[in-house]
Design a protein around this ligand. Structure first.
Ligand code: ADP
Length: 455
């Protein structure tokens, strides 16, 4: 069932229940009130009659009948019967006309003293009237034509009102439900046109305020992230193939040279050395690609531990300087940490070392003096590490892009590298709830900053 129909149905059910309950209460209250009022009228009239009969000596039976005939309303067919102790009829307002009444009612009245019942569609009130030495039974009955016709009128009005109310409610329910769900249908239509090929399409965000607009806004944000991810993946694949092609082409031409003619053993050794360094380049590149593609996806399963930042820095320094002894790394505190925990972070030592290694390597690689100045700074929340060099620097424009995979600034072309290191660094730092940034001036040097929350 469509939501629209369900809402309309639920809405109608609620309104119908309220309307029906309300109408029933009104009808039955009016019916009870009519009956009670009618019994009261019957009794008070009968009481007057019996008093005239028994207490006013000047009024005899015939005079009383004349009074009754003139005061009882013929329309409602009212009759008053009075019976003595032996249940003999001593007075009937109907004169000689035979008036029937329920069998046994006289004894019942004597027992219960007061009775209200319905007989032949007429209201019948009976009561025991006791006066000094006499106790007579008085029966009064009549048909409440006016009351009943008013009640019938009320029933019809309520019935029709209910029917009209119900149709209006169902109609309005369907209309308003459709109206308020129309934006959802519109969103549905728009979503069904979005495929991997046109992720650029966006949903109409309407008034940007209600829940449905919020849904469209959130969906658009998801689309934007998807589009970015798709684009990144696309550029990643094209960059990766481009980067792989260069060393492969170099390998091929080396081999072609080797095959072209006979060489001396030394010349073959030189060719093999070249092949070796190109193969190393390929291995290093594929390792980086694998790391980007696979390891970072499963990173949430990496073991986390408390890592001391200084340890990571010194380990990375040792590893780098033993591989490249001409690199020089100077590590120091900018301020002395107030507590040991200020330089402890929750993370993975191997991954953090990879970040630091890349920053050290870049700083030394891109500067003539091959020197990096590393400083540790802490505050109540964050542990900050800056890696500064006085190298070639990065232009403002390039600073925005160097964290993208495979991006290399034009002034870095003569230097070894594939342009994937910083993108790996950024992912790792973000996974540690930290951030990485750069400030740099061309030909003057660069300063990379990592900020990670400490324990
Ligand atoms: P790679 O150094 O292998 O090219 P990275 O991802 O580490 O890759 O760096 C991306 C780019 O950022 C580099 O190609 C270079 O243009 C620029 N870069 C990074 N670090 C520095 C630095 N310390 N000085 C100047 N440029 C840098």
């Amino acid at each position: 069932m469509q939501i629209k129909t369900r809402i309309a149905l639920q809405f109608s059910c609620i309104v119908v229940t309220i309307l029906v309950t309300f109408s029933l209460v009104i009808y039955f209250t009016s019916a009870t009130y009519r009956q009670e009022e009618f019994y009261d009228r019957l009794k008070s009239k009968a009481l007057t009659t019996v008093r005239y009969l028994l207490e006013v000596n000047e009024i005899d039976e015939d005079l009383l009948r004349i009074i009754d005939e003139n005061s009882l309303t013929a329309l409602i067919n009212e009759k008053v019967l009075i019976f003595d102790e032996q249940n003999r009829l001593i007075y009937s307002s109907a004169g000689d006309e035979v008036v029937t009444y329920p069998k046994g009612i006289l004894n019942e009245v004597r027992e219960e003293k007061d009775i209200e019942t319905v007989y032949n569609d007429m209201e019948l009130a009976g009561f025991l009237y006791e006066e000094q030495h006499r106790s007579v039974v008085v029966l009064a009955m009549a048909y409440d034509r006016f009351g009943k016709s008013k009640l019938r009128n009320l029933r019809n009005t309520l019935g029709w009102g209910l029917l009209v109310g119900l149709s209006v409610t169902v109609g309005l329910g369907i209309f308003f439900a459709g109206q308020s769900l129309r934006p959802i249908s519109k969103i549905n239509e728009q979503i069904s046109t979005i495929t991997a090929r046109n992720l650029r399409n966006r949903l109409d965000e309407g008034n940007r305020q209600d829940e449905i607009a919020q849904l469209a806004i959130n969906f658009n944000q998801v689309l934007q992230r998807l589009e970015q991810a798709f684009e990144q993946q696309h550029s990643f694949v094209s960059h990766a193939s481009h980067e792989l092609r260069t060393p492969l082409a170099a390998l091929k031409s080396e081999i072609q040279i080797g095959l072209r003619q006979q060489y001396s053993a030394d010349e073959y050794r030189e060719i093999l050395d070249n092949l070796m360094s190109d193969t190393d380049r390929l291995i290093s590149l594929t390792n980086n690609l694998l790391f980007l593609a696979r390891t970072l996806e499963n990173i949430s399963q990496m073991p986390l531990e408390n890592v001391r930042v200084e340890d990571v820095l010194f380990l990375a320094k040792e590893e780098l300087t033993s591989a490249k002894p001409n690199f020089q790394i100077d590590i120091d505190y900018e301020n002395l940490p107030e507590a040991e925990t200020e330089t402890m972070v929750r993370g993975n030592e191997e991954l953090l070392k990879r970040v630091v290694l890349n920053l050290f390597d870049n700083a030394c690689k891109y500067s003539k003096d091959h020197r990096a100045e590393v400083r540790i700074r802490t505050d109540e929340r964050m542990c900050t590490v800056t890696v500064k060099d006085t190298g070639i620097g990065i232009s403002k424009k390039d600073q925005e892009s160097i964290f993208q995979p495979f991006y290399r600034a034009s002034n870095a072309v003569g230097y070894e590298g594939f342009g994937v290191g910083l993108s790996i660094c950024r992912k790792i730092v973000e996974l540690h709830q930290g951030m990485i940034s750069v400030s740099s001036r061309l030909h003057q040097g660069s300063c990379f900053t990592i900020r990670i929350p400490h324990l």
